[in-house]
Design a protein around this ligand. Structure first.
Ligand code: SF4
Ligand code: SF4
Length: 256
């Protein structure tokens, strides 16, 4: 299969899997991007985020590219979490659990579909693959998406894409060479109002436990709250999620 055909196949695969997901959660159109496996930004992740962060070659020694995808929640999911003042909306908690499972299904399905076409691929789980001491993932799907040019970080430490930040990221490492969607300036494009001109701060104002300030994110304070939320939604599975900071003007679109 040619590179162009493979690229189109992967984009269509992700969109089709989301369209037929069978989840209660609904989604907007997924975004798909590609990064080179030897992009120096992967090494930079080790320096700036987590020294033990994996490289594409750790997942697959023959890795040439990384596929990144973003599954943006439907407006109604965002609106439900925006409307619930302090408590996390059930719709949001469910979206988190269902989407993590969906991302794993997409990744495994894509690995199998590519294998049928003679292309090896590998993936890390959608979430809960972090270092318990630092709460930093050994493979951050969000950072991979930034390297693939899908978005840039906002004050809330989340990635703002052209479809906003309300959703979940997944990624798959493949041994085929795919044209990167990143490039000079793409990851640096500012999409956050605060980082642009010091305005907004909606994410900070909406944080129910004061974990997010303009000076940074207190991950432990945030995670303590997420564990309380998980208890409240124990019937859904592991819903350690909040996302109040993802309901501002950058929730469903680029804020600028
Ligand atoms: S809510 Fe406002 S300040 Fe916070 S990340 Fe989004 S655009 Fe930036
Ligand atoms: S997820 Fe919730 S607790 Fe954590 S920083 Fe965002 S708003 Fe605050």
């Amino acid at each position: 299969m040619s590179v162009n055909n493979l690229e189109a196949f992967i984009v269509a695969f992700v969109r089709q899997e989301v369209a037929r997901a069978g989840t209660e959660t609904r989604y907007r159109q997924p975004l798909v991007g590609f990064a080179m496996a030897d992009d120096p930004l992967f090494l930079r992740l080790r320096e700036i985020a987590e020294p033990t962060h994996l490289l594409p070659g750790d997942l697959l020694p023959t890795a040439r590219s990384v596929v990144s995808f973003f599954l943006p929640f439907a407006e109604e999911v965002v609106e439900a979490n925006r409307a619930a003042r302090r408590q996390v909306a059930r719709e949001w908690a469910l979206a988190y659990v269902e989407t993590n499972a969906l991302i794993n299904r997409i990744a495994q399905g894509l690995i199998a579909a590519l294998a049928e076409r003679g292309v090896r691929a590998a993936a890390e789980p959608a979430t809960h693959n972090w270092n318990p001491e630092t709460l930093v993932s050994r493979w951050s799907h969000k950072s991979v998406a930034a390297i693939a040019g899908l978005g840039s970080f906002g004050l809330h430490h989340m990635l703002i894409t052209d479809a906003g930040c309300a959703g979940r990221f997944g990624s798959v490492v493949v041994e085929a060479e795919l044209p990167p969607t990143s490039g000079p300036g793409v990851a640096d494009r500012v999409r956050c109002r605060y980082l642009h001109d010091g305005s907004c701060m909606t994410c900070v104002q909406r944080c129910p436990v004061g974990a997010l300030t303009k000076d940074g994110l207190d991950k432990r304070r945030c995670y303590r709250w997420l564990l309380q939320v998980a208890e409240a939604f124990g019937d859904l599975g592991l819903a350690d999620v909040c996302g109040k900071c993802a309901t501002g003007p950058c929730a469903t679109e680029c804020a600028l």
